[in-house]
Design a protein around this ligand. Structure first.
Ligand code: FES
Length: 85
């Protein structure tokens, strides 16, 4: 089992146009202390955009925890929270 923090970035249309494309570049912008700590993957529509019950796009999960209206900063903060828990 990998001890990396799993980051799944929704790359469906709604999320992509709302900024998921920036988040997909997260690995290139990670601060030194977090480099090599994450496993990042893009995904097709995760289904959260369908009914408006989950906040707004873009959606990212970090170790299964949903972040709505995700930004590079909010995703990085969540990664840090988990990495140093
Ligand atoms: S496009 Fe991202 S949850 Fe649907």
């Amino acid at each position: 089992m990998s001890d990396k923090i799993k980051v799944v970035v929704c790359s469906g249309t709604a999320c992509f146009v709302m900024g998921a494309s920036d988040i997909l570049l997260l690995e290139e912008n990670l601060p030194e202390d977090l480099q090599g700590r994450i496993e990042l993957e893009g995904a097709n529509c995760l289904g959260y955009c369908k009914d408006g019950a989950n906040g707004k796009a873009p959606y990212v999960t970090v170790n299964g925890e949903l972040i709505s209206g995700a930004t590079v900063l909010s995703v990085m903060n969540k990664i840090r929270e988990i990495a140093y828990a």
